[in-house]
Design a protein around this ligand. Structure first.
Ligand code: NDP
Length: 481
């Protein structure tokens, strides 16, 4: 039986055409779905449809748009198990991780649905007699949303929901490696009764579709999450047209472990941050910077705990870590492991592609730890985006901060400590947009702004109230009465 066909969605219609396969990274021979290979012309039609739908959608009241987003959340909730399983099959993360992500998407839709009744503005006293003045929010216009494969539902959701609640219309271009989770959101938008043209979905090759999208005349804003190279290219294109732009890109996130930390918790947090979701989180811990007095004991405990992690098909109960998303990503990870071997010797654990009947048909890599890593090494500087951890030694917190900040990236960071003053020294001294204490470096919630500093991000933050800032503009009014 051939795999289901998932068409593109343009102007409220499902559009078929030649397809590409979406495959299961744990069982490469399984085709999860066939997606329509969109063309630049499809993107142009989608942008025109979004432009045509804009006045009607923008004219609806915020609460009315909110009611539709609540309906989207309810539809996702009804299909919770099916959508979660789809995600594990297309991206490889474990089923519990997929469920947590789908839950987050539902919550994101509900959060922004509620914002529909709170899209306030500013009222200020005028210096002039009998003048009433205020500023209210209006949509930006047609928004292009370009999303990656690693959070294939939550990232599209945290762009889509705030864009829609503010009255914008959108063209969504999902990652080719995992388009189904985003497609499920669009399907729910369609079933919820969101008017035609408001949400458009075009899957297909990133370069051709991205170029068509950023050059589509109706476009007013672009929100992108993905690699630094593509982000930089988009920024150039968008700046030429003075589009509003938001970029979320790479990271090389540190977890600093001080001698006063709760030891076992710190081990768990580093293992969780480094290896869960196969290290394929932009907020994953890729450097553990450990105070020298506990260094040896900590590394030993880390290796012991990591060796207990079970790698396998994320659909199977008890599996902690799924495969890399595809062969190319796996080869990138294996290439960095070889670089690590040359730079600092054999890893303390892992370091190989897994082989055997359960693994040969997927892209599985052992969770890998290199110790004694120093700042000059490639594996301490470049993003790997896989289950590879570099452990580094620091004399004290100040030294640890120096190491942590010696990076072009500044997405997330974590500190393990029980000392209040050191905690604040770190909070103010670390160069990162997302800062955690006694938690893994990964694990964000939708109620607060999300994004990094330095080369990790550009433009206004995503999520929470910050998302409303990006997706809306002010109109300022003066009235003499
Ligand atoms: P890419 O930048 O290759 O892809 C991201 C999206 O951009 C995909 O939809 C892709 O389409 C599309 N794309 C590819 N080329 C272009 C182009 N020239 N113009 C416009 N769009 C394009 O990144 P990956 O999907 O490979 O994700 C991995 C990277 O993303 C890592 O570096 C990671 O750090 C970063 N990332 C950052 C996150 C953050 O929040 N900061 C979150 C997740 C990932 P297609 O799939 O068809 O190629």
């Amino acid at each position: 039986m051939s795999a289901p066909l998932y068409p593109n969605y343009i102007n409220g219609e499902w559009v078929e055409g030649p397809t590409f396969d979406n495959r299961n990274p744990a069982r490469w021979d399984e085709v999860v779905g066939r997606f329509v290979n969109g063309t630049p012309e499809d993107v142009a039609r989608a942008a025109d449809a979004a432009q045509a739908a804009l006045p009607g959608w923008a004219a609806m009241t915020g609460p009315a748009r909110g009611a539709l987003l609540f309906r989207v959340a309810d539809i996702l909730e009804k299909r919770f198990e099916e959508i979660s399983a789809d995600m594990t099959r297309e991206e490889g993360k474990t089923l519990p991780e997929a469920r947590a992500e789908v839950r987050r998407s539902i919550n994101i839709f509900r959060y922004f649905a509620g914002e529909g009744a709170r899209l306030g503005g500013i009222v200020a006293p005028s210096e002039r007699d009998r003048v009433h003045m205020f500023a209210f929010r209006k949509p930006v216009g047609v928004c292009g949303l370009i999303t990656p494969w690693n959070f294939p539902s939550a990232i599209p959701a945290w762009k889509l929901a705030p864009a829609l609640i503010c009255g914008n219309t959108v063209v969504l271009k999902p990652a080719s490696a995992a388009p189904l989770s985003a497609w499920r959101l669009v399907e729910a938008c369609h079933e919820a009764g969101i008017p035609k043209g408001v949400v458009n979905f075009v899957a297909g090759p990133g370069k051709a579709l991205g170029e068509a999208l950023v050059n589509a005349p109706p476009l007013r804003a672009v929100s992108f999450t993905g690699s630094c190279g593509v982000g930089a290219w988009l920024h150039e294109q968008a700046s030429r047209r003075r589009l509003r732009i938001q970029l979320e890109m790479g990271g090389k996130n540190p977890t600093i472990v001080l001698a006063d930390a709760s030891f076992d918790l710190a081990v768990e947090n580093v293992v969780n941050g480094a290896f869960f979701s196969t290290g394929q989180k932009c907020t994953a811990t890729s450097r553990a910077i450990v105070e020298e007095t506990i260094y040896d004991r900590f590394v030993e405990a880390l290796v012991e705990r990591t060796k207990k992690l079970r790698v396998g098909d994320g659909m199977q109960p008890g599996v902690d870590i799924g495969p890399c998303v595809d062969e190319a990503q796996m080869n990138t990870v294996l290439r960095y492991i070889e670089i690590g071997r040359r730079e600092c010797g054999e890893p303390l654990c892992g370091g190989r592609r897994l082989a055997g009947p359960d693994f040969d048909c997927g892209w599985f890599v052992e969770p890998t730890i290199f110790a004694g890593v120093t700042q000059d090494m490639t594996i301490a500087r470049e993003e790997i985006f896989g289950p590879v951890l570099a452990v580094m030694k620091a004399r004290d917190l100040r030294h640890a901060l120096e190491i942590a900040n010696a990076s072009e990236f500044g997405l997330s960071a974590s500190l393990q400590t029980s000392n209040l003053s050191r905690m604040f020294e770190y909070i103010y001294g670390i160069e990162a947009g997302l800062v955690t204490v006694n938690l893994p470096s990964a694990g964000v919630e939708y109620q607060l702004p999300f994004g990094g500093t330095k080369d990790s991000s550009f433009g206004p933050k995503e999520q929470g109230p910050a998302a409303i800032e990006f997706y809306s503009d002010y109109k300022t009014v003066y009235v003499k009465y």
